[in-house]
Design a binder for this molecule. Structure first.
Ligand SMILES: [Zn+2]
Length: 130
């Protein structure tokens, strides 16, 4: 288990503990502070959101096709080119033939060379407004 997975599991276990028991000092805020380590209610809620849906962005710049802002993991040019463009074009041609579609019928692929989740830490990749 990674450090983040351990941290997430520990947080979930504290939530379950309080969920089965009582709130800390009868206060939801004190409970959330104890569970998350946050100093304010905003800190607590943002920390829970980060645990529930960790996000990162592509900071590969020109060096890597994808580099994770959260963990630093990156893809190589080979990963970025999967599937190779010629293989994708051939698959689309075969599908058009099989479905008896016109040659100019465009087939939209669900595949993206940009990962939706970081392959290393699992964070959801989001675009960051610059
Ligand atoms: Zn990552």
């Amino acid at each position: 288990m990674s450090d983040e997975e351990n941290e997430r599991a520990a947080l979930a276990e504290k939530l379950r503990h309080y969920g089965r028991d009582e709130l800390k000092d009868g206060s939801l805020l004190r409970t959330l502070k104890d569970v998350t380590g946050g100093a304010t209610w905003r800190d607590c809620l943002l920390r829970l959101a980060d645990m529930a849906d960790p996000v990162c962005s592509n900071v590969g710049g020109g060096e890597w096709p994808f580099r994770c802002s959260a963990c630093g993991g990156h893809t190589t040019e080979f990963d970025h080119m999967f599937p190779p463009p010629e293989a994708k074009a051939e698959a689309e041609r075969m599908l058009r033939d099989a479905l008896d579609l016109a040659d100019d019928c465009r087939i939209v692929s669900a595949h993206s060379s940009e990962p939706r989740y970081c392959p290393w830490c699992g964070a959801r990749v989001v675009e960051v407004d610059e």
